[in-house]
Write a protein that binds this ligand. Sequence first.
Ligand SMILES: [Zn+2]
Length: 398
Amino acid sequence: MTARRASPLRFDVVTPPPADGSTRARAGRLALPHGVVETPMFMPVGTNATVKALDPDDLDEVGAQIILANTYHLYLRPGHERIRALGGLHRFMGWDHPILTDSGGFQVVSLTELRSIDDEAATFRSHLDGSLHRFTPELSIQVQEALGADVAVAFDQPVPPHASTRAEVAEALRRTESWALRSLEAHRRPDQALFGIIQGGLEADLRASATERIRALPFDGICIGGLAGDESPAQRGAVLDVVVPLLAGDPRPRYLMGLGSPADMLDAVHRGVDLFDSVLPARVARNGTLWVPGGKLNMRNAQYVDDPGPVQEGCPCRLCRRFSRAYLAHLFRAGELLAYRLATCHNLTFTLDFMGRVRQALAAGTFLDLVQDHARLPAPDAAVARHVSGGRAGTEGE
Ligand SMILES: [Zn+2]
């Protein structure tokens, strides 16, 4: 592999992990063409070039520094060439801060009617109109260059670990590695970073070899894919304990795709991950579940209809500054659209504030205290987490 252009990304580890090995957690500063992202960081998901129910001012207010948009969805509708002609994704959606686009691999493989997958491409039917499409690594990169996000991701073939044999995992891994090379060859845009993806299911030896191979390639960052699905937290931790030590001396940011509950992210930060994304906080918000310290409130429960207090005392969000639990409970019962906006603002504020506390603890040297204190956090919403498996998931059609 010949050397690529100078990276449009700069990643500095501001607080490295302690030498005693008690944690691999680290704090960093990720400079991208549209701004700086402090890590560890959570990325809200804007599937259709919008984080559902929020506008860019809301995103600023909840503390979003970078968002994710879905290549598959924007390719199908409104079309990447249309977005390019309209000035690119940043201008199209009115968001002037960093954006990451995924490769489309996850949606193509898991959410569409997949016709066939071979070494050349994945052929699938659109979830919108049944039209037939053929996605190659080259097309994924071409679409992502047209969208113009700060970070693009190599096209991959994820597999659901529990529904796949070792042979299937190994075949998908071989394909993902070949597609990584083709993605690198195809990528031309000098103002866009490109991340590679480590797959390999739950098999330690496959994960290790995938890590070695992706690490050897000139990507600007490293994604860890195929997790945040149906695996247990212990299985996820075991995979991270294989992958991250092999990246210990590597200067690039590490991004675990699809994880979004605070407790899960805390554990992954502890094991050395820098970036996350998920639809989870926003999706559960739209279902009436509000995250608060120590648990969650279901606004559809009768107990809230007379409750004059805020959802969370002291929360700086648009909901808690001004409105009561009773009002939000009423909005959900009445099916009012404002409920979705207010609840989403709260859960994203909660999630991003939590990541801010993680960064502060890293800077102060008190991160392990925070880990021990994590009983105060909402438990991972297992049923919902499975439903949104992969985070990037979801045709997001409600
Ligand atoms: Zn709030």
